[in-house]
Design a binder for this molecule. Structure first.
Ligand SMILES: Cc1cc2nc3c(=O)[nH]c(=O)nc-3n(C[C@H](O)[C@H](O)[C@H](O)COP(=O)(O)OP(=O)(O)OC[C@H]3O[C@@H](n4cnc5c(N)ncnc54)[C@H](O)[C@@H]3O)c2cc1C
Length: 292
């Protein structure tokens, strides 16, 4: 039987309370949101926090709302809520695409958006999707709030800029375009990706030239979950099949997959290229009203 080490358990009543509890218990305390990543790690003794600060009661962090030209997603919004949100489906189809493919309904009913990002698993789907969207993450501490661009958020596998005593409270996403999509290859339904790619495109008025582009990649060792070189190749160019294939080729060339139980390095690299091209193609077709 897998049993975690003993720990203190505290249920936070507000963000201020959560921050005070984190300060009281010190750097060995951990926040628990959905517990879908942290609890298995505790059972395996890969994590041994001395105290858990439960943030599930913080209803102010459970909202999805449109705020001007940004979508605001509270840190404890569940995967299932993101998937079901009409406003997300309308404005950010990349998130709906990704959520359809994350785990199973049991995990999606508990796991949170903030937990996914703070876990920073190198195979996390939402990390790639939000990196493509250029989301801004709002991190709160006793000293106030700071905004962190997602491309500066991840510092390595399972590591982020969130310090002990800090809480990710909100994810803000600019609503600029309907041109987005997420594509994933998994070994079986609901599994972590072998490789996955997300694309977000801002096209010109005629929808045939790329003004700005975000390309996220996961499971293939892309720094910060981003295919930056592929973005550079596409910016300002025609939104054409030829350019999308070229962007895929560049993304495959610059990522850094490793061989493991999900597949060999060369297969993952091949997938990265194919999935980038597919995501760009689908996003563009959607924006032209050719595909849902
Ligand atoms: C069987 C299974 C299959 C899965 N498949 C996939 C998949 O296909 N794709 C995928 O992307 N994910 C997958 N996941 C992971 C899932 O998405 C988890 O929900 C997610 O990784 C963690 O979210 P959580 O809310 O459960 O976080 P928790 O486990 O509660 O926390 C994870 C970490 O984040 C920290 N944390 C949580 N919230 C905050 C916060 N607001 N501020 C600061 N720190 C915080 C915790 O202290 C902890 O270190 C899978 C999980 C399982 C169990």
């Amino acid at each position: 039987m897998q049993v975690p080490a003993t720990f203190q358990y505290e249920k936070a009543a507000s963000v201020a309370d959560a921050l005070a509890l984190l300060a009281r218990y010190g750097p060995e305390a951990r926040v628990v949101a959905g517990g879908q990543s942290l609890l298995p790690m505790m059972k395996l003794r890969m994590a041994e926090p001395t105290a858990l600060v439960d943030i599930n009661g913080l209803t102010q962090l459970a909202r999805i709302s449109v705020d001007g030209d940004e979508l605001s997603i509270g840190a404890i919004v569940r995967h299932a809520e993101l998937l079901a949100s009409p406003v997300v489906g309308e404005h950010l189809p990349i998130l709906r695409d990704a959520e359809r493919l994350i785990a199973d309904p049991i995990v999606r009913n508990r796991g949170t958006v903030g937990g996914s990002l703070c876990q920073a698993d190198p195979s996390e789907d939402l990390s790639a999707a939000f990196a493509a969207l250029r989301a801004v993450l709002v991190v709160e501490s006793a000293g106030g709030r700071r905004n962190v661009a997602i491309r500066q958020f991840f510092t390595g596998p399972y590591e982020t800029v969130v310090e002990p005593g800090e809480l990710l409270v909100e994810i803000r996403v600019p609503i600029r375009s309907h041109a987005s999509a997420y594509q994933k290859v998994e070994r079986r339904v609901g599994d972590w990706p072998v490789a996955a790619a997300g694309a977000v495109l801002e096209l010109d008025r005629d929808r045939d030239r790329v003004r700005e582009v975000g390309i996220g990649l996961t499971s293939v060792g892309a720094a910060g979950f981003v295919a930056a070189e592929a973005e550079d190749v596409l910016r300002g160019r025609p939104a054409s099949e030829e350019q999308f294939v070229e962007a895929g080729r560049i993304a495959a060339q610059h990522c850094n997959p490793v061989s493991d139980q999900r597949g060999p390095e060369d297969y993952k690299r091949h997938l990265a290229g194919v999935l980038v091209t597919r995501a760009l193609r689908k996003a563009t077709a959607r924006s032209r009203g050719e595909e849902a």
